[in-house]
Design a binder for this molecule. Sequence first.
Ligand SMILES: [Fe+2]
Length: 480
Amino acid sequence: MTTDLILKFADADILLDDAAYHKITSQDNSKELADSLLKDLIKNENSVYLLTEEMVDEFLEDKVELREPIIQSKLLPQEFDFQIIHDASKKSYTNGEIKDFSSYFANRYHKLWQMLTKKKELQNVQPIKNAQRSEDVVEVVGMVNNIRNTKKNHKLMEIEDETGNIPLLVHNDNHQLYEDAERIVKDQVVGVVGSRKGSLLMASQILNPGIPRIDEKEMNFSAVFLSDTHIGSSTFLEEAFQRFLKWMRGDYGDEVQREIANDVKYLVIAGDIVDGIGVYPGQDKELKIKDIYQQYEEAARLFGELSNVKIIIAPGNHDACRLAEPQPALPEEYAPDLYQMKNVEFVSNPSLVSMDGMKTLIYHGRSFDDLAMTVKGLSHQNSDIIMKELLEKRHLAPIYGERTPLASEIEDHLVIEDVPDVFHTGHVHINSYKKYKGIHLINSGTFQSQTEFQKIYNIVPTCAQVPVLNRGSMKLLKFS
Ligand SMILES: [Fe+2]
């Protein structure tokens, strides 16, 4: 402690005189006092190079309470250019009326219609009502209903707009189209080029709104991505998490790893920060902390050690939040200690933020369950493929009314309107990373070891592996 204290000040180019040193060390909370004092001196840019007893006294008078759970080891204060571009927290007005339900779908349709009708293949889109009578090639934009296979194994679905609906047939002779059609899900909005055959529309092309290739943005900092820490669970890997925190503070890992830690400006958490209460039957048997408030208190204690990075927290399905998506930001009443932290931003699930110009789309990933169950070839193991598919569909949870509860809002906040630089998800507890059309697709795994539920389904989580976007290149750091 003694030399530590002197060195800590020396690192910041501040010398302690003997009296100041004794003053600090004679306090009960000397370590916290030293950290807090140092932080204050740096923050106020005082050009102090010799700290006297008087100055310590002055500080003690000003700061009666030293209760911030802050132990700061990275001393240089950072400048953040952080913006919340899209957040649904305060824009959620649903009252569950049927009117909202139809306006929700109308809004989804309209937003995606605008994207689809910009495509060169869809320059002559007409209402489905007109397509029912047309003799020529028709172009329509419709929401998909009732997908099934016919006896001869063609794909038959119904597409709908506000003027009417028409059955759409995808012939299995058209191999590529049939393959594409296998990835179409209920309630997604597609563009169709086809010709009328009796009462059917025979598809020749089915188009997603799609995502353009983007130029990669230059990054002069690093960002860390976490999700599914599940603090409070008896399977929360606390020791590994402590190593992670230590690394974040620059005190763990080899030289290269420490250098990366020093470069970190942002820490994004894509939901399930705590394990929650009553999320599934019998969950209390697997909880170490059985009180939701205490779970968030513990989260604040742990993340409170990181005061020099901006922490962005979005909720997941285990958090104390409305389950229906978009989930508003975590309410302050459940996590007052986290709200006390000045470096934490709370956002909705999903949300779009800008971290020094890097547009980051944060989504917990609940809809992966529906996609993995519905679409052949998609699974929890490769969420990068699901993420790619969602980007092309330009919707985070296209299937309505399955496992992902969606709120029928006046506006559909799950449409992917802006093209992000980073798409960050969690939920499946399995890390994945892919760069797709210049976009970083990141699933940030978990800090929870295999649960009883996962044992039954043979899901093997990738634990304590933290993705770091280090100036544009992905590094996966292991803390297990
Ligand atoms: Fe989850």
